[in-house]
Design a protein around this ligand. Structure first.
Ligand code: SAM
Ligand code: DTB
Ligand code: SF4
Length: 357
């Protein structure tokens, strides 16, 4: 049974169980709800890279930090189609398109993204977007284009959020998730560990995710990729044990969810990743690049799958394929809304220092 009233205390108790008990419990639940030998494989595509106005302390794409990434304007629909076909031929069932935007703005760029969604859905692949904050109307337009999932991470606990980002609030994130929930699009929301947060913060984030009703269909657990020039450049790598515990705890409290072993896999051994799959992780990002940072090569991943006897999951295994409605038949007009997302603008010393450097 899926519970929506998990408390921080209960979650911390699970997280800190003796490891063998935790693994046994998580693997048992995993097998009740999922095929334990099947893993959903997504390919990330950064359709608009860098130059973002936000100050997320972990992110190499924030314009204010001096990182070594190559920024790009919005890709064309043809470029996206070519990349999606490559992803499909290498075994991916989903394409996740990321844009370094604070929020979606109605206009020609969003119209192009909608066309990208239509194009990929017609290739019979699951389409996911992560474009920042969206209004309900924008979420509806994405839904009618055929979007399968929208990714919008809570990233950490409500308390620690204020130490990570000053240009938007935790509440804004919840509002966007709520806007997506009003449509048929599935919700993908998770977070990052290794940003200097406490175990209580990790549990706090899991409270926020697991008490959503319905719970997100997909929960990515990222290990921070610390990038030079960002405020978090000196954070220590996350121990694999923390990743395993976080995956196992997520699996136990969100039994139906696809738990994604996300950023940070280049630092993990195959044995470490195998323990994460055993603990309930059943999706990954494949392809040698995440959005801007490295990821294991797809051939290496397929070798690992072979060794572990894992199979890539077929598209639309969990939910049927959405229908694409063409732009000319759309039921939703662009509203040109200017929503009042908050700008808390509090001071985060390490973000200010990174900006000055
Ligand atoms: N701009 C949109 C937003 O913030 O929602 C979409 C793109 S943003 C890069 C998507 C997610 O990537 C973030 O919410 C964060 O969880 C993750 N991410 C970004 N930089 C990361 C890093 N250095 N390490 C791990 N995860 C990271
Ligand atoms: C998610 O939770 N992780 C992905 C995806 N959703 C968009 C992004 C990871 C980004 C890692 C840093 C980078 O490559 O820029
Ligand atoms: Fe911008 Fe998203 Fe990076 Fe934050 S995480 S700086 S919103 S691209």
């Amino acid at each position: 049974m899926t519970r929506h009233n998990w408390t921080k205390k209960e979650i911390l108790e699970i997280y800190n169980k003796p490891l063998m008990d935790l693994l046994y419990d998580a693997a048992s639940i995993h097998r009740q709800y999922h095929d334990a030998n099947s893993v959903q494989v997504s390919t990330l595509l950064s359709i608009k890279t860098g130059g973002c106005p936000e100050d997320c302390g972990y992110c190499p794409q924030a314009a204010r930090y001096h990182t070594d990434i190559e920024g790009n304007d919005l890709m064309s629909v043809q470029q996206v189609k070519a990349q999606a076909l490559r992803a499909k031929s290498s075994g991916s069932s989903r394409v996740c398109m990321g844009a370094a935007w604070r929020n979606v703005k109605d206009g020609p760029e969003f119209d192009n993204v909608l066309e990208m969604v239509r194009t990929i859905n017609k290739l019979d692949m699951e389409v996911c977007c992560t474009l920042g904050m969206v209004t309900e109307n924008q979420a509806q337009r994405l839904a009618e284009a055929g979007l399968y999932a929208y990714n919008h991470n809570l990233d950490t606990s409500e308390e620690y959020y204020k130490d990570v980002i000053s240009t938007r609030s935790f509440e804004d994130r919840l509002q966007t998730i709520d806007n997506v929930r009003k449509t048929n699009v599935t919700v993908c929301s998770g977070g990052i560990i290794g940003m200097g947060e406490t175990e209580a913060d990790r549990a706090g984030m899991l409270v926020a995710l697991s008490t959503l009703n319905p719970q997100p269909e997909s929960v990515p657990i990222n290990a921070l990729v610390s990038v030079e020039g960002t405020p978090m450049e000196n954070e220590k790598p996350v121990p694999i044990w923390d990743m395993i515990r976080m995956v196992a705890t997520t699996r136990i409290i969100m039994p139906e969810t696809q738990v994604r072993l996300s950023a940070g896999r280049t630092q993990m051994s195959r044995e470490g990743q195998a323990m994460c799959f055993f603990a309930g992780a059943n999706s990954i990002f494949a392809g040698d690049k995440l959005l801007t940072t490295p990821n294991p090569d797809v051939n290496e991943d397929m070798e690992m799958f072979k060794m572990l006897g894992l199979k890539p999951q077929k598209p639309f295994t969990k939910k049927s394929q959405p229908k694409t409605i063409e732009a000319k038949d759309s039921n939703f007009e662009a509203k040109g809304e200017k929503p009042k997302w908050t700008r808390p603008n509090h001071t985060i010393e390490r973000n200010l220092e990174a900006q000055k450097k």
